[in-house]
Design a protein around this ligand. Structure first.
Ligand code: ADP
Ligand code: ADP
Length: 223
């Protein structure tokens, strides 16, 4: 089991952004977290990565509880926020060195990790370019590489395909699928076709509540 969420609730003031949700993500799955804007996707993801605290309930990542073992959770999880800031003046390789240094990676290990993530997300030809020179799709690959630099077991992606043109969209989907062959991946989206294209399972959230949690096979059977 990679993620186990039990009775999670998040209140902003008196507003319930997440309302008593429970679900599990099995190791190796690619799970689509589907729901309209404001459904509670980002909030759930931010709690799961330890960025914000829950109001009640528990989240376990790879057996570690977010509140009691935040550092273990951070080691096991990679997170790409919806609006991920990138240093446009930095070269791709240089940026990944910098991100790696934040995880105290250095020397050969850092070099190997950078080579590994560049290969995994398909940035071989861009590593000597400045991030600012890259298309939106390639910048998103840099974001994916950034989230993967510490070799986490679980990758959480908040709306990773928003704002991409159809070509970039197809490319990023195939990159996510590629990553999914090695990692457990959860990504949020409001596009059903995206889920059908790359996910093993879909969890649908609306107004803070889980309204569906099905494998793709089950979903197709039920129409
Ligand atoms: P989604 O990612 O599905 O679009 P969010 O988790 O971002 O949904 O938001 C869920 C609800 O919580 C929305 O109504 C949103 O406006 C609200 N919300 C999110 N973050 C905050 C915050 N920091 N303060 C107050 N309300 C928030
Ligand atoms: P992201 O998409 O990266 O989550 P957003 O643009 O949704 O960022 O939100 C930016 C910041 O504003 C976040 O810290 C979020 O929690 C907060 N926020 C989102 N919705 C609300 C809201 N309704 N009221 C107050 N703060 C909010």
């Amino acid at each position: 089991m990679s993620i186990k969420i039990q009775n999670l609730t998040k209140l902003y003031g008196s507003q319930k952004a997440v309302d008593n949700i429970s679900f599990e993500v099995n190791t190796g799955e690619i799970v689509g977290f589907l729901g309209p804007n404001g459904a509670g996707k980002s909030t759930t993801m931010k709690i799961s990565t330890g960025y914000i605290p829950a109001s009640s309930g528990t989240v376990e990542v790879c057996g570690f509880e977010v509140n009691t073992a935040p550092m273990d959770v951070r080691k096991n999880i990679g997170y790409l926020a919806e609006h991920n800031p990138l240093y446009l003046e930095m070269y791709v390789g240089e940026f990944l060195e910098f991100i790696g240094s934040l995880y105290h990676l250095k020397g050969k290990l850092l070099k190997d990790r950078i080579a590994g993530v560049i290969d995994l997300v398909g940035l071989e030809l861009e590593k000597k370019k400045k991030i600012g020179q890259l298309s939106k799709g390639y910048r998103q690959r840099v974001g994916l590489a950034q989230a993967l630099i510490h070799d986490p077991k679980v990758l959480i992606l908040d709306e990773p395909t928003t704002g991409l043109d159809p070509n970039q969209l197809a490319e990023i989907r195939s990159v996510i699928k590629n990553i999914g062959a090695q990692k457990t991946v959860v990504f949020s989206t409001h596009i059903m076709q995206e889920v059908e294209a790359i996910c093993d399972r879909v969890i649908i959230i609306n107004k803070g509540k889980i309204i569906e949690n099905k494998s793709l096979a089950e979903l197709k059977q039920s129409g």
